[in-house]
Design a protein around this ligand. Structure first.
Ligand code: ZN
Length: 462
């Protein structure tokens, strides 16, 4: 399986046949991961403003015209059980990416997988009725898995895809985590987050917590204590017994904060299982799987939550994100974030060394210059081999996400043809069943996609 992620705008800007020609010629791509729904710029739209435009597509940014939403027609009969009904993207007029691409792809023997993600806009009509609630009681811009309006929207969407089009698969991604990990800033973008904005404390989640026997008042008191700890830590107010010990004291006093984290994680897993079951009930041949967030490579907490033997029960495939090039910059960001909370007493390089140890990375660079060097292909090998081993005994296919020109800071590492080639080789050497070239064609340079193609040729897969 040689897959590539591509958004609707690329087909509009460059022409469907022209894009497919390049995919086949450059990298022997046989599967399209078409962005069908998102309000984010990570997988839809042109190149992110401020990043250099690639050597193909319209040579201008879509700042101001990018809107997001559904890039395929919405069939209202599938959205009767949710108040979210008005989410068709308007930025490309009446263009329907699935209607336009699937026939052309089929003629070439290419498969099409609908690829959508958990990224919303607060401007969607009625969306407030599906949003998560923060610790302080405000609405979040994210939607709650336990809210029937969101659950039914997700199930309606996959049923719409499965019944309305001749698709081969559906992939959904949620790049989020629960209140405990978020409060500690335990992610690559997690530094500086206001502790009061963690989620979810909505009535649906509280009801589910009660059913599990979690004391809601104790959980709230625990998060209040944890929030005070984080706020003081970020101001370098070292607790008497230090940061790590004090965090343990809070967890021991209020185990409810961990129970709340697991409640969130289980709710995501139940959502996966429900989506999987819904699609299988419509058409068993459609593959269903998940994009697993890059934080899995940085945070031991998040990695612990990604129990692949558990996910394997309702995953035909997993896209485990292993973005090597931007991985260095992101790991550095993660270290900065948790260095201000959990590990306030640990010097940054020591903290990175500790993470290299516990995450089992061997050849990665020191903190100074890590963003400039990125991660190595050995990182991809280790992550893929670990995922492969963790999936033993399941039928789940392993399709690592490979970094091709994912935007990084101005002075940070940039993708190269050789780097991309080596990442693809490493993924297959570790026993992967395929690769997903990411994040989207509209930000990739042709030479770097050809680098992936070089690996595929070397492996005899072309
Ligand atoms: Zn909730």
């Amino acid at each position: 399986m040689i897959g590539i992620q591509v958004g609707a705008v690329s087909f509009v800007d460059e022409g469907v046949e022209q894009v497919l020609d390049k995919f086949q010629q450059y990298a022997a791509v046989n599967t399209l991961f078409v962005a069908t729904f998102t309000y984010g710029r990570g997988i839809a739209g042109r190149q992110v403003p401020g990043q250099p435009l690639p050597d193909h597509g319209k040579q201008e940014y879509d700042t101001g015209t990018f809107k997001g939403g559904s890039y395929t027609r919405v069939h209202p009969e599938y959205y009767k059980d949710t108040v979210i009904q008005d989410f068709r993207a308007s930025d490309l007029g009446d263009f329907d990416v699935l209607e336009s691409v699937i026939p052309a792809a089929r003629k070439r023997g290419m498969k099409t997988i609908c690829w959508f993600e958990d990224v919303w806009s607060p401007g969607v009509p009625n969306v407030a009725q599906a949003q998560e609630r923060t610790l302080s009681g405000a609405n979040s811009t994210n939607l709650c898995f336990n809210n029937p309006n969101y659950r039914n929207w997700l199930l309606g969407t996959v049923e719409d895809y499965a019944r309305s089009h001749e698709i081969d698969g559906i992939m959904w991604g949620s790049e989020r985590q629960g209140a405990f990990a978020n409060m500690l800033g335990a992610s690559h973008g997690g530094g500086g987050r206001n502790p009061d904005t963690v989620t979810c404390f909505c009535p649906h989640c509280e009801q589910k917590a009660r059913a599990r026997g979690i004391n809601i008042d104790r959980a709230r008191a625990g998060f209040k204590a944890l929030g005070d700890f984080v706020t003081a830590a970020r101001q370098s107010q070292r607790p008497v017994d230090g940061y790590h010990v004090t965090l343990w004291r809070i967890m021991l006093r209020y185990p409810e904060v961990l129970a709340w984290e697991m409640l969130w994680t289980d709710s995501l897993r139940e959502t996966y299982a429900a989506i999987h079951a819904k699609v299988k009930s419509v058409k068993p041949a459609i593959g269903v799987g998940w994009h697993i967030w890059h934080n899995n490579s940085f945070s031991p907490i998040y990695r612990a939550e990604q129990d692949l033997s558990e996910l394997g029960k309702y995953s035909d495939f997993l896209k485990m994100v292993m973005y090597h090039n931007c991985g260095g910059e992101r790991m550095a960001g993660y270290i900065r974030a948790v260095g201000q909370t959990i590990y306030g007493d640990v010097p940054p390089q020591e903290l990175l060394d500790f993470h290299y140890r516990v995450m089992d990375y061997k050849l990665e660079k020191p903190l100074a210059g890590l963003a400039q060097s990125g991660f190595t292909a050995d990182y991809v090998y280790r992550e893929a081999a670990r995922a492969r081993a963790a999936l033993t005994g399941t039928a789940t296919k392993l399709w690592p996400g490979i970094d091709i020109d994912i935007p990084t800071g101005r002075t940070s590492a940039k993708s190269t043809p050789a780097g991309t080639r080596d990442a693809v080789l490493a993924a297959f050497r570790a026993g992967s069943d395929g690769v997903i070239l990411s994040r989207k064609w509209s930000e990739m340079r042709s030479a770097n996609l050809k680098g992936a193609g070089e690996a595929i040729k070397q492996l005899g897969l072309a």
